[in-house]
Design a binder for this molecule. Structure first.
Ligand code: ADP
Ligand code: MG
Length: 324
């Protein structure tokens, strides 16, 4: 064994061999050629993978604990959007050099979130190169109960969790070099995956997606997959005070509609479930807001304040035209 591989095994043993929740269904975890995992009879594996690259998906000087948190959170958000219960994760880490302080903080952020949602890190790969983090998540769901993108029906109400546009606002403020309130900054760097909401919506939501690229685009994926259209009422969008005041001062709706990284859930459900959904919000500790309705006619109609239809301009999402 050469010096390099000795230090790689030492690094894995030190930071990644015992990360996340204990799970009895992990027959063999980190340390062998493969992990061995037991999928209960009758359940399907829900699998999703995401890569975060330094300088593209997070700032080079971003707090390592936040990078660890977010690299797992984005995957858990995908599982939530499918109605799957999180179970296992694998981690491919590319590092320019070994930095134990960075690794300890990264492992803390990853491990704390993993334990919160009962996830075990069961394997991975460690290589040298420009800083990037790839996490694959594995969840469990009954095939028939998984909430896909293609089930929205005309008349369904469109709902979103939490508030929209906060992460996009933080990114703007950081680029402008201004101060950012820590609680607001956490909306970009430490998104809370809506895991309990996602699984609670099995059997209630007809279609669901997590908001990684903004409501207009992500709801557009549901509309395309389901072969329907939708009408969204901008005045109904749930906004933090910070985002609402930015919109009021600039007249620009792109933050809640087309900025990324919110990791809230957008879902559709028949109107008879509305009271049940409203009552779920309190128990889950996250706001659930009806923002529009599914229509049979394709296309996304945005109704501005006062009910005036607006549309996304061809040059981008930041300018709207009142003459549809
Ligand atoms: P192999 O060469 O057989 O692929 P590796 O030397 O890459 O094995 O990894 C040794 C063990 O450590 C494997 O079980 C692998 O899953 C695990 N591992 C490697 N890197 C990580 C990591 N960053 N996080 C978690 N487990 C890791
Ligand atoms: Mg390997």
């Amino acid at each position: 064994m050469d010096e390099g591989s000795r230090s790689e095994f030492d690094l894995i043993g030190r930071f990644f061999a015992d990360l996340g929740a204990f799970r009895a269904d992990v027959l063999l975890g980190v340390g062998d050629d493969c992990a061995l995992l037991e999928v209960p009879a009758g359940l399907s594996l829900a699998v999703s993978i995401d890569t975060l690259v330094a300088g593209i998906h997070f700032f080079h000087d971003c707090d390592a604990e936040a990078v660890g948190h977010k690299s797992l959170a984005v995957g858990l958000s995908d599982l939530a959007a499918m109605g799957a219960a999180p179970a296992w994760a694998t981690l491919a880490l590319t590092l320019p050099e070994r930095d134990d302080d960075w690794l300890a903080a990264f492992a803390r952020g990853f491990g704390d979130l993993a334990r919160t949602y009962g996830v075990r890190l069961v394997g991975g790969d460690t290589t040298r190169g420009p800083l990037s983090v790839t996490v694959q998540v594995h969840g469990l769901v009954r095939h028939a109960a998984a909430v896909r993108r293609d089930g929205a029906r005309p008349g369904d109400i469109v709902w979103v969790s939490g508030t929209l546009g906060d992460a996009g606002l933080v990114l703007r403020l950081l680029r402008e070099g201004g101060p950012v309130d820590p609680a607001l900054r956490a909306r970009l760097e430490r998104p809370v995956p809506r895991v309990a909401l996602g699984t609670a919506l099995r059997g209630i939501a007809t279609a669901m997606i997590d908001l990684s690229d903004g409501l207009a685009g992500d709801l557009g994926h549901i509309l395309a997959a389901s072969g329907v259209g939708a009408e969204i009422d901008l005045a109904a969008l749930p906004l933090s005070h910070a985002v609402a005041s930015r919109i009021a001062s600039e007249g620009d709706w792109s933050l809640p509609l087309s900025s990324g990284d919110d990791y809230e859930l957008c879902f559709c459900a028949p109107s008879e479930h509305a009271a049940l959904i409203v009552s779920m919000a309190a128990g889950l500790g996250c706001a659930l807001t009806a923002v529009g309705r599914i229509r049979a006619e394709p296309g996304l109609i945005l109704k501005g304040p006062g009910g005036v239809p607006m549309r996304l301009s061809s040059t981008g999402y930041d300018h709207f035209s009142n003459n549809t």
